[in-house]
Design a binder for this molecule. Structure first.
Ligand SMILES: Nc1nc2c(c(=O)[nH]1)N[C@H]1C(S)=C(S)[C@@H](COP(=O)(O)O)O[C@H]1N2
Ligand SMILES: [Mo]
Length: 308
């Protein structure tokens, strides 16, 4: 039997401390003052200062309700509603991202530094899940290249690997072997440096809700959604193509590139059409999810059936 010592801290006390810290952290982060007495929920809804982006599409964004209640985030369960139910317990302050590997200047970025590193933009992007549904999401962030250029990749830095937080105490899905945790993903360096590749810190003008990958995730709009890793803690530049969690789990179904392509079907279903969440009728899936003009040149000469 466990004997509780007087120095033990109750889980509820830890939570209070974390919330208190996150309140203070938030005020530094967003440069908002006078919020000390406001509740955490209100602060999370504080408006971020953003500029519109030329990279936004003109499709009508899905509602905040859709975007925050229909999620894939297996760390919190495999049902679409699980992340909204369970992700609230994830403590996202303090938070750092380690950027390392084949770089001249490895560095640990604190979240408040990330919030100020480059001007925040609103980027309205399509998100196409490999399962056949899509959404339009008004993200907030800036190009991932802003970070990568600061760490100075070496000539051996040919790929970039992203790693999500591993914290089973707060991520109940990690107590099951659904995937080999932590969740990892990867891009080729030119894909990672592409201006469309977004370091994402918010959506709908506010900080990211936990179910969408708080406090910081990636958004790669021309690839299937699983390439956009959530709640990342590490970015590593590597020489060899990394194996992502999904490639390791089912190599015949999930390749490294995973570019949205209506002509290359998933082994178990067609990718020719998709259902935009909120729509009744299906629509045609667009090559590179509609971003062909901007990204197709990166794949010239490649057999996209082989490099799926
Ligand atoms: N760490 C982590 N990142 C993840 C996932 C996940 O399960 N774990 N799911 C991916 C999938 S399959 C999709 S479609 C998108 C969904 O992002 P959204 O819930 O913000 O719309 O997140 C991606 N990033
Ligand atoms: Mo997905």
């Amino acid at each position: 039997m466990l004997i509780r010592r007087t120095t033990d801290i109750l889980p509820s006390e830890i939570t209070d401390k974390a919330l208190y810290l996150s309140r203070r952290q938030f005020m530094t982060v967003a440069g908002v003052s006078g919020l000390a007495l406001a509740g955490l929920a209100e602060q999370a809804h504080a408006k971020l200062v953003t500029a519109p982006s030329k990279l936004s599409i003109s499709d009508k964004p899905n509602s905040r309700q859709d975007i925050t209640s229909y999620n894939n985030f297996y760390e919190f369960g495999t049902d679409k509603g699980d992340p909204a139910i369970h992700a609230g317990k994830l403590v996202t302050r303090p938070w750092t991202i380690r950027v390392e590997g084949e770089v001249m200047k490895p560095k640990t970025f604190d979240l408040d530094e990330l919030m100020k590193l480059a001007p925040l933009e609103e980027r309205i992007y399509r998100l196409r899940c490999v399962e056949g549904w899509s959404m339009v999401i008004p993200w907030v962030g800036y190009s991932l290249s802003e970070i990568l250029k600061r760490v100075e990749p070496t000539s051996k830095g040919k790929y970039v690997e992203f790693t999500t937080l591993k914290r089973p105490e707060q991520m109940p899905g990690q107590r099951s072997a659904t995937l080999d945790w932590p969740y990892t993903e990867g891009l080729r360096i030119d894909e990672a440096m592409h201006p469309l590749t977004l370091l994402t810190l918010g959506l709908y003008g506010e900080l990211l809700p936990n179910q969408n990958g708080a406090p910081v995730r990636i958004a790669v709009p021309w690839k299937y959604g699983f390439k956009s890793a959530k709640s990342i803690v590490r970015i590593r530049l590597v020489e060899k193509q990394p194996t992502s969690s999904w490639m390791a789990a089912i190599p015949s179904e999930y390749g490294f590139y995973s570019n949205v392509n209506p002509q290359v079907d998933h082994p178990r279903w067609s990718q020719a059409t998709e259902r935009r969440i909120g729509d009744f009728f299906k629509r045609k899936t667009l090559m590179f999810n509609g971003y062909a003009d901007q990204v197709a040149s990166m794949y010239t000469g490649m057999d996209l059936r082989k490099f799926f």
